[in-house]
Ligand binder design. Structure first.
Ligand code: G
Ligand code: G
Ligand code: MN
Ligand code: NA
Length: 253
């Protein structure tokens, strides 16, 4: 698979694509942006799961050029959608390796300048694992991200080492509740109370709350009680390619 990835990168990122998952402002019932996700289908093996190929991109170093390509694609799409939805924002997942081995913020700023996109149109999604490694690169990355005026989203909250300490250290703009936590809160009262307390604390800190993994109307009604600023999930649709995303979410009424 690593050979296939190398060959894809060397042939203009052939086989890579990006897909869009809607991010909804449910208080106003409107689309505010999309989380952009990467996909890869190899000639030899067909579609490969990101859980499989992202680690290979990372160990091979191919995540650096691929990450740049991905950002350009996401920025281009965002710029086009903003002609119809002026505040539209893209959320981009960034991994530890990209932060420590490249200069993403500089790349992003030059892409943004070239496209005329304001920094508020881009959110960077990080998991707290970046804070477990207290290296200088990671600290600089966070500082530059803030200085550039990009949005910072803390992803997968409620899993792993999630700790309120990170909320004050990272200064995120948005906290994203992991869909595993959401689904537990939907079926288990204690988990729901816990999520309710988390939500209050996130709001009391002045941060935006995004609840991921909403799949049904019933789940949406339950989660609405927590007053999330944003929601994501299969309820609105599976992540899909640009044209389909436009048709279903942008070019409507
Ligand atoms: O996309 P889902 O389809 O399966 O994503 C699986 C995981 O891969 C998610 O946790 C997501 O954060 C991560 N992911 C998806 N796209 C990208 C990407 O472009 N870059 C990085 N670093 N991670 C991504
Ligand atoms: O870790 P991150 O949140 O970036 O992962 C995104 C992954 O979660 C993608 O693979 C996406 O397809 C998946 N996903 C997004 N919304 C839902 C949902 O409502 N239900 C389920 N089962 N998966 C979801
Ligand atoms: Mn994410
Ligand atoms: Na997440």
């Amino acid at each position: 698979i690593t050979n296939e990835l190398h060959s894809a990168v060397n042939h203009g990122f052939r086989g890579f694509s990006i897909i869009f998952q809607p991010v909804m402002d449910i208080q106003q019932d409107k689309l505010i942006g999309a989380e952009v996700l990467i996909r890869f289908a190899s000639k030899k093996f067909g579609p490969i799961s990101p859980a499989e190929f992202i680690p290979l991109l990372e160990t091979s170093g191919l995540i650096i050029p691929t990450g740049r390509w991905f950002m350009r694609e996401a920025i281009t799409a965002c710029r086009k959608i903003r002609m119809q939805i002026p505040d539209f924002r893209v959320s981009i997942n960034v991994s530890q390796v990209q932060i420590t081995k490249s200069d993403i913020i500089t790349d992003l700023i030059s892409e943004m300048n070239a496209s005329g996109l304001p920094p508020a149109a881009i959110a960077i999604e990080l998991t707290e694992s970046i804070l477990l490694e207290k290296n200088e690169k990671a600290q600089n990355f966070l500082k530059e991200l803030k200085q550039a005026g990009l949005q910072l989203a803390l992803d997968d909250f409620g899993t792993g080492y999630s700790n309120f300490h990170y909320l004050s250290e990272l200064h995120p703009d948005i906290v994203k509740i992991d869909r595993g936590f959401t689904s537990k809160a939907i079926t288990d009262k204690k988990e729901y109370y816990l999520l309710n307390q988390f939500s209050n604390m996130i709001h009391n800190l002045g941060l935006k709350l995004c609840i991921e993994g909403i799949e049904t109307e019933d789940e949406l009604q339950k989660m609405k009680l927590l007053k999330p600023d944003y929601c994501q999930g299969f309820y609105w649709g599976q992540p899909c390619p640009y044209d389909e995303f436009r048709k279903h979410f942008v070019d409507v009424d």
